[in-house]
Ligand binder design. Structure first.
Ligand code: TRP
Length: 341
C-alpha cells in the first residue's frame, strides 16, 4: 500500500498568533482529521537559532508554548497518526542536512526570494541562516517513504512564504535521485486560501517581531484593545465616506474568521457605500475573534495544568527517528559513505 505522510513545522520562537492559524494550522488540522496521512509536526528548535542564537534560553519556553498552542487548536498527538517532533533530538536529520549541502548550490540558495526578504531585516547573517532552506529540506525528507513506491506521497502544508523552500526541496530531491539513484519522493506543497494574514497595523505579514499580532493566547480584553486600534482604510476620515474593503485588514479578518457570511457581505456593502462606521465593523470583529479564541484559550488553560508535554514530544520524536534512520542509511549507501571493505 502507498505511504502517505505529512511533514511540516514551525520555528520555536514564541507564542503563536492568528497568522499561524490561517496560514498553516488550519491546513494541518485538515490533514490530521482526514486520517489519510501519518502527520509529523516539527518543532524547529535548531532553525529557531537562525535568529535567536543569542537567546537560547528562549527555546525551552517556546517549545512549551508552541506545543500548548498546537494542542489548544486541536492537533492531537494521542491519535496514532499524529506526532510532535523535536528537531534537535534527531541526529540523523542533522546528518541528512549536511549531506544535502553537498548538492545544494550556493547561487541557488542565495536567490531564494523568502531568504532575501528575511535577510533585509537582519543586521548580521550567519552561515546557519543562509543554509536554513537546505536544512529544511532535510526536515522534509527525513520522513520520505523508503523505499519509494508508486503512489507514495509526502505533503507539506505551509504558509505562502514557504513555497520557494518547497520548490527547492523538489529540486534537491530530483537532483539527488538522478545523481545517486532513487531515494526520495519529491514533496508536494499545500497552501491554503489565506496563505498569509496581514498584521493589525496593515503591514503585509502578521508577526511577533513586527509587534502587529493577535496571539492565540490573548485574553478578550487584549483582543478588544488590539482590534480597536487596528489600521483600516486610511482615506476614510468619516463614516459617511465610501470605504475600501478588499485590502482593508478589518475586512480581511472578517472574511477569514467570521462564519456569518451574510453579516460580512452586508458590512462590506455598507462600508463601500459609506453607511457604516469603523467602530461597528470593529465591534463585530471583536465578537467574532473572541468567539473563535475562547475555546482555544479554555483548552490551553486546562492543558497547561494537565498535559505531559515531555511525553508527547519524546514519543513523537522517537516515531520520526524510526522513520528517518532507514532514509539516512540509504542516502549513505548511495553516496558511498560506508566502510570501503
Ligand atoms: N521555515 C518554517 C517557518 O519559518 C518552519 C519549518 C522548519 C518548516 N522546517 C520545516 C516548514 C519543514 C515546513 C517543512 O515557518
Amino acid at each position: 500500500m502507498a505511504t502517505k505522510r505529512v511533514l511540516t513545522g514551525m520555528r520555536t520562537t514564541g507564542q503563536l498568533h492568528l497568522g499561524h492559524y490561517v496560514g498553516a494550522l488550519k491546513l494541518w488540522l485538515a490533514a490530521q482529521d482526514s486520517g489519510a496521512y501519518d502527520c509529523f509536526f516539527l518543532l524547529a528548535d535548531i532553525q529557531a537559532l537562525t535568529t535567536h542564537a543569542d537567546k537560547p534560553e528562549l527555546l525551552t519556553k517556546s517549545v512549551k508554548e508552541v506545543v500548548l498552542d498546537w494542542l489548544a487548536v486541536g492537533l492531537d498527538p494521542t491519535r496514532s497518526n499524529v506526532h510532535f517532533v523535536l528537531q534537535s533530538q534527531i541526529p540523523e536529520r542533522s546528518e541528512l542536512s549536511v549531506l544535502f549541502t553537498m548538492i545544494a548550490k550556493y547561487n541557488e540558495v542565495i536567490r531564494n526570494p523568502t531568504l532575501k526578504t528575511e535577510m533585509k531585516e537582519m543586521k548580521e547573517i550567519t552561515l546557519g541562516f543562509i543554509s536554513y532552506p537546505v536544512d529544511q529540506v532535510a526536515d522534509i525528507y527525513m520522513v520520505s517513504p523508503t523505499p519509494p513506491l508508486a503512489g507514495d506521497k509526502l505533503l507539506v502544508p505551509v504558509g505562502e512564504d514557504q513555497v520557494p523552500h518547497l520548490e527547492y526541496a523538489r529540486v534537491l530531491a530530483r537532483r539527488f535521485n538522478e545523481q545517486y539513484g532513487k531515494v526520495f519522493v519529491p514533496c508536494s506543497a499545500l497552501v491554503g486560501e489565506v496563505g498569509r494574514l496581514v498584521g493589525i497595523d496593515g503591514q503585509a505579514k502578521m508577526s511577533k517581531s513586527l509587534n502587529n499580532a493577535i496571539f492565540l493566547a490573548d485574553d478578550s480584553a487584549t483582543v478588544r484593545a488590539k482590534v480597536r486600534g487596528m489600521f483600516t482604510d486610511p482615506k476614510r476620515i468619516r463614516a459617511d465616506i465610501p470605504g475600501e474593503t478588499e485590502n482593508n485588514p478589518l475586512f480581511i479578518y472578517h472574511r477569514a474568521f467570521n462564519t456569518n457570511k451574510e453579516e460580512v457581505a452586508e458590512l462590506t456593502e455598507r462600508y463601500k457605500k459609506g453607511t457604516v462606521g469603523d467602530v461597528e465593523v470593529k465591534e463585530k470583529l471583536i465578537r467574532v475573534l473572541n468567539e473563535f479564541l475562547e475555546p482555544i484559550r479554555e483548552r490551553r488553560n486546562d492543558l497547561e495544568r494537565t498535559v505531559d508535554i515531555r511525553e508527547i514530544i519524546v514519543n513523537g520524536t522517537e516515531a520520526a527517528r524510526r522513520v528517518c534512520k532507514p532514509v539516512v542509511e540509504s542516502v549513505r549507501e548511495k553516496m558511498h559513505l560506508v566502510y570501503p571493505i
